[in-house]
Ligand binder design. Sequence first.
Ligand SMILES: C[S@@+](CC[C@H](N)C(=O)[O-])C[C@H]1O[C@@H](n2cnc3c(N)ncnc32)[C@H](O)[C@@H]1O
Length: 275
Amino acid sequence: MAPSLGSHYHAIASQMAIYRESNQRLAQAAGLKPGMRVVDLACGSGLTSLAALDVVPQGLHLTLIDSSQSMIDEARQNVGARGAEATYHVADAITVGQLVSEKVDRVLCNLSLWYFAQPEEVLRELRKVIKPTGRLCFTLLGSYFNVGGEVVSPYWALVKVLHERGALPRALPDVDRLPNQRSIEGTLLGAGFKPLSFALDEFDAPDEELANWLRLYPIAPGATRAEAAEKSLALLESARDEVAAWKPRWRTVRFEAQPQVNPEEILLAKFAGKK
Ligand SMILES: C[S@@+](CC[C@H](N)C(=O)[O-])C[C@H]1O[C@@H](n2cnc3c(N)ncnc32)[C@H](O)[C@@H]1O
């Protein structure tokens, strides 16, 4: 029997540099402390929460949200094994305002936020659930981001090569049409957030990284996940040299933002409940 989507994802993603590095850097930069309430949005198999627990092993109150039941089942197993206090929801990110009753200190969202159908709407909902002193911390894939300059990601280069050869019906957009730091910061401002920081993270990954990416996200059609992955890997083999000629780099970008608030809102939040 084929493994569930969640366990298939976890077995591969937990071996990949892109997930390890992005989750570690996200969790380490988030200023996590014991006692904090943390939402892990689009949690997948729980890798972001596990990275957060590496930074603060005890005392976090985690809420994990993902639209896939199978991912949540896997996350419950992985995060539960650490003995962490955690609540799990199978739900669309856009419903976050209904799921979180008490405002939170941090929302962590790794490699997901801009790929939702309505990221602006999700941001507006997140604005409502983050404390005035809290932070939204998220990463995005370099493949879907314009970092400036000519350097592209291995995945972007592969899709480009295969599309030009006629092997794929659709290409990824030209790099200069992808979101960039300014456009994303503009969207954050429009949703009621103040951008705090931006970082570009580059890292080396083994050759196997792109093959693993295709095992998770096949680009060729197939009757089953395994067949689609097999066909995608054959396409990769046929294009390795052309992809290498782009000198691509694995990259993610990291943003931190805070709710835009007036000083009175901060004081009210600070002294709420103190008489
Ligand atoms: C690239 S994975 C990232 C998972 C995790 N953040 C990590 O770093 O391993 C994207 C996840 O987003 C979830 N997802 C996609 N659309 C969603 C939505 N609208 N609401 C909630 N989760 C969603 C998918 O089920 C998947 O688990």
